[in-house]
Design a protein around this ligand. Structure first.
Ligand SMILES: Cc1ncc(COP(=O)(O)O)c(C=O)c1O
Length: 359
């Protein structure tokens, strides 16, 4: 796939963020984006890296009415010695194609997707922040753009990637978050689309998110849709319960997003001498195990926050504090090993890191 590259004259380039140390999450975008179009006759065509600008779209576009949309989230990093790195991008490409299949959208050949994404990042590399803990967030997205009213898969699609220099996902940085366990509203049911990255899952989560926020919690922990008792995942993270040297996370049952951070931690944990286990666990059992000291730490895991310690779980009028609301040792060690690999500071024995050249 040939990609047209638009040069942006210096005077039209956006001003870079002033202080990378003060970057928030997802509000600044780079000069250019990648777009590729699809229709049934031509397949994927007209790939271009062009100026970041609003799209023009027919008001009847399928995505605006029936939410035929999927996306991904991953990051590019700069190492201390100036290498541009990505962490397991092929896994995001594969997950996006699995999402495409479930949402009746066209898949993108893996190598084309990977190549296009890397070319965009290299073209925009001046935007990758270098301050500790910062990175360039990469957001591939696909929309059904055909104009019609009626429920069937679109015949036309737009695939695009935008880039955003980011700091920490949570304002508090690497500090324990307080989590509200939602026992009424549900995010996704088995057989639905909980295990694919589609916007509707996040729209469905907003109400519980607001409810949690109003009560002073930063995140929601979802329970299963059928019995409202099995732990599933947090807003944008999978969850791990630490039992001494055993790391337990719920199995991929069809309604949980198969996180790439989750999969990486399961592998890393074994390598670090912990015992990872994928096991269904009820909220009652988990809270009991926190109270009786069997669960020593809890943390969330996802691309945006990497690893996020959980300081307390609030469930049905009970607030259960974990590890004195302190960051635990296991959480700290897993986080450190993972970011050291991502930023090219530690040996990458799993072959997870892709090098895209130098800054
Ligand atoms: C609902 C949900 N669960 C889990 C995750 C973690 O997935 P990953 O580690 O691939 O970022 C995310 C973030 O993408 C998410 O949105």
């Amino acid at each position: 796939m040939d990609i047209r590259l638009e040069e942006i004259p210096q005077e039209e380039q956006r001003p870079l963020f002033e202080d990378a140390g003060k970057l928030g999450f997802g509000s600044i975008f780079t000069d250019r984006m990648l777009t590729i179009n699809y229709n049934k006759d031509k397949g994927w065509h007209d790939a271009s890296i062009e100026k970041y600008k609003p799209f023009s779209m027919d008001p009847a576009a399928c995505v605006l009415h029936y939410s035929q949309e999927i996306f991904e989230g991953l990051k590019a990093y700069v190492s201390e010695d100036g290498r541009v790195l990505m962490f397991r991008p092929e896994e995001n490409v594969r997950r996006m194609n699995r999402s495409a299949k479930r949402m009746c959208m066209p898949e993108i050949p893996e190598q084309d997707f990977l190549k296009a994404m890397k070319e965009l990042i290299v073209a925009e590399k001046r935007w990758i922040p270098k301050a500790p803990g910062t990175s360039l967030y990469v957001r591939p997205t696909m929309l059904g753009t055909e104009a019609f009213l009626g429920v069937h898969p679109a015949a036309e699609y737009l695939f695009y990637i935008i880039l955003s220099p980011v700091g920490p996902y949570f304002k508090g940085g690497f500090n324990p978050v307080s989590i509200y366990v939602e026992d009424t509203l549900v995010r996704a049911a088995v057989g639905g689309v909980g295990d694919v990255k589609t916007g509707g899952n996040y729209a469905a989560s907003l109400k519980a998110g607001l409810k949690a926020q109003e009560k002073g919690f930063s995140q929601v922990l979802w329970l299963d849709a059928k019995e409202h008792k099995y732990i599933e995942e947090v807003g944008a993270m999978n969850i791990f319960l630490v039992y001494g040297d055993k790391l337990v996370t719920p199995p991929l049952n069809g309604s949980i997003l198969p996180g790439i951070t989750r999969a990486s931690i399961l592998e890393l944990a074994r390598d670090m001498g912990y015992q990872p286990e994928e096991k269904a666990i009820t909220i009652d059992e988990a809270l009991e195990d926190i109270k009786n000291g069997k669960i020593t730490e809890v943390f969330g895991a996802g691309t945006a926050a990497v690893v996020s310690p959980v300081g307390s779980l609030y469930y049905r009028d009970q607030n259960i504090v974990i590890n004195d609301n302190q960051v635990g040792d296991v959480t700290k060690k897993i986080y450190q090993r993972l970011v050291d690999i991502q930023y090219g500071r530690a040996e990458d024995k799993f072959g997870w890191v892709h090098e895209l050249g130098r800054i």
